[in-house]
Design a binder for this molecule. Structure first.
Ligand code: NOJ
Length: 586
């Protein structure tokens, strides 16, 4: 019992399976800014709510469901792209950054959303896609036509002469979506570079005009009143100016243009100038808040990069330049799956983050998004509450993908029904790589199309599972459901948002199956106990107070909120509880 007070003076240490970290938010008495303890709820607009019966979600649909966000206790939401787009990559291929795609509604609809959101204290974050545009963007068309001023808006290259009319690709770079990252333009008689789909040409960030245009787009939406941006695919902003071939990745001895993992992406990812660009974007939003005397406008960056690179999106190595307010922490997505959920692996994923995060920065914990299999599918239906509890208790920002609050599972989609551009080009690998499964419509209730749409046909099929996993059936007062637990958790998090707190976190591997996470603030102590295993566990947990009571318990728990617990506990398989101290120290 005494050793964690000893350990708590050391940052992130592991002794006797007790991991202790101190001052994980490092506010040392400062009050928290609005975003630092917020729950950011990701809305995938195509699948959230369809108001006009065309089978695709839209802004009026979101407006009609604001009550749900309010009911859940969510105070910030980020919307996947709603801008004009040919929808090749479901909106991540933008043809006009300043206008709303008619599929989702109008500028007026968006303004209405902003006003109504403000009315309920909900922040609206937009998805900013700086790396690439659609090939239907006017800049690209002008660039392809070499119109003066636009020649260098994109990454163009002659290719390598080979005696044929079309030269060979400039180098071995492969696209994230498979195949060469180069596409020949008959018009311009040159190749252009695209990190994602062929229809998503990469912008040329070495061109100051491009940089200025993109900064202006940020300012434009700030003027409309948005509260910040999720910044898409940031590692890819710059490429090697010498266009050198990338070496084979460790463990690969041959090149396969359809396997992005065969190369070590030292020339197309995480280039030095990339981080500088994020610091510049930060200067734009900070300057905006200063000039207009607004609340903080937040930047959250999306990158799947090694930890030491990832942290450079937060700030420069010397801490002098700030970047994202937080860069998404995907460790629970990339490091954990159904087959490897052990207490050790969860503790490792937590500590991997806390060890690297720069001093003074705010942590964040992401459980899911539109690019990854849903929590219930990826980490197990029976673990949904335990993981929601974990991210609710951990210090910093919590990120929820729409539907995770009710434990939605991946839907069933065939290759013929799918839309994901990287998956539909080869049906033999569709099931392994498609992201359509986690994008099926939100399951509101047990009626037609799960209440998502009145259409005969929805853009992706509504999951059959909607009959038994839907919000209406879980949103019943007094029942134990994923949704009611989620709501309790958000209320519980509210307790941490009081200003001027000093906080500590301890992660304990009580056994190979039982995880204990302790958060302490002054005299208060909150503890998560989570049995990730398949058998009953009886154990004593680490505690510093005399008595505890249950704050929230998983759907499969025998405990209910308010139950007193003593030191000796029994947890069923996959059962989880959060308890709080009720009396002073022993
Ligand atoms: C990341 C987005 O989350 C993903 O959905 C998209 O396909 C790529 N960036 C390209 O924009």
């Amino acid at each position: 019992m005494y050793f964690y007070s000893v350990l708590s003076v050391v940052y992130a240490i592991v002794v006797n399976n007790v991991h202790a970290s101190k001052n994980v938010i490092y506010n040392d008495g400062d009050s928290l800014d609005w975003w630092q303890n917020a729950v950011f709820y990701q809305i995938y607009p195509r699948s959230f709510m369809d108001s006009n019966g065309d089978g695709i979600g839209d802004i009026q649909g979101i407006i009609s469901k604001l009550d749900h966000l309010k009911d859940a206790g969510i105070t910030a939401t980020w919307l996947s792209p709603i801008f004009k787009s040919p929808q090749i990559d479901q909106g991540y291929d933008i043809s006009d950054y300043r206008n709303i795609d008619p599929l989702f509604g109008t500028t007026e609809d968006f303004k209405e959303l902003l006003v109504l959101a403000k009315g309920i204290g909900l922040k609206i974050i937009l998805d900013f896609v700086p790396n690439h545009t659609s090939d239907m963007h006017e800049w690209f068309m002008k660039s392809e036509d070499k119109i003066e001023g636009f020649e260098d808006f994109y990454v163009w290259h002659d290719g390598i002469p080979n005696g044929f009319p079309i030269p060979s690709v400039p180098n071995n770079w492969v696209s994230e979506f498979g195949g060469s990252a180069w596409q020949w333009s008959e018009k311009r008689q040159q190749y252009y570079y695209h990190q994602f789909a062929i229809q998503q040409p990469d912008l040329n960030y070495s061109n100051p005009k491009v940089v200025e245009e993109m900064k202006d787009i940020l300012r434009y939406w700030l003027d409309q009143g948005v509260d910040g941006f999720r910044v898409d695919a940031v590692p890819y902003l710059f490429e090697d100016p010498h266009f050198r071939d990338e070496p084979l990745a460790y463990g690969h001895n041959s090149y396969d243009v359809n396997n992005k993992n065969c190369l070590d992406h030292i020339y197309t990812k995480d280039q030095e100038k990339t981080f500088d660009m994020i610091y510049q974007f930060r200067e734009v939003v900070d300057q905006y808040s200063k000039d207009h005397n607004t609340e903080t406008k937040v930047l959250m960056t999306e990158a799947y990069s090694p930890m030491e690179k990832l942290m450079l999106f937060y700030e420069s190595e010397d801490g002098a330049r700030k970047g994202a307010h937080f860069t998404f922490n995907f460790n629970f997505i990339t490091d954990l799956k159904n087959t490897n959920i052990t207490v050790t692996n969860i503790a490792k994923a937590i500590h991997k983050w806390l060890v690297y995060i720069p001093k003074g920065s705010t942590s964040n914990w992401v459980l899911g998004n539109h690019d990854n299999s849903r929590v219930a599918t990826r980490l197990g239906r029976e673990n949904v509450d335990g993981f929601n509890m974990l991210v609710a208790l951990l210090p910093g920002v919590m990120v929820t993908y729409n539907g995770e609050e009710i434990g939605m599972e991946d839907g069933d989609v065939t290759c013929e029904e799918g839309f994901d551009p990287q998956a539909i080009k080869n049906c033999t690998t569709f099931n392994e790589i498609s992201r359509d499964f986690e994008r099926t419509p939100y399951q509101w209730d047990g009626t037609l199309n799960a209440g998502f749409s009145t259409a005969n046909h929805t853009w992706l099929p509504v999951s059959e599972k909607a009959k038994y996993v839907n919000l209406a059936s879980q949103n019943v007062l007094g029942i134990s459901s994923h949704y009611n637990i989620y709501k309790e958790l958000l209320k519980f998090r509210g307790r941490f948002s009081r200003p001027a707190y000093f906080d500590s976190l301890t992660v304990v591997e009580l056994s190979s199956n039982v995880l204990q996470v302790i958060r302490k603030r002054n005299e208060e102590e909150y503890i998560l106990l989570f049995n990730v295993g398949y058998s009953q566990e009886v154990f004593d947990f680490y505690k510093s107070k005399l008595t505890y009571r249950v704050v929230v318990a998983s759907v499969n728990s025998t405990y209910v909120s308010g139950d007193e617990v003593d030191n000796h506990l029994l947890l069923n398989p996959h059962e989880s509880i959060i308890i709080e101290s009720t009396a002073s120290s022993q």
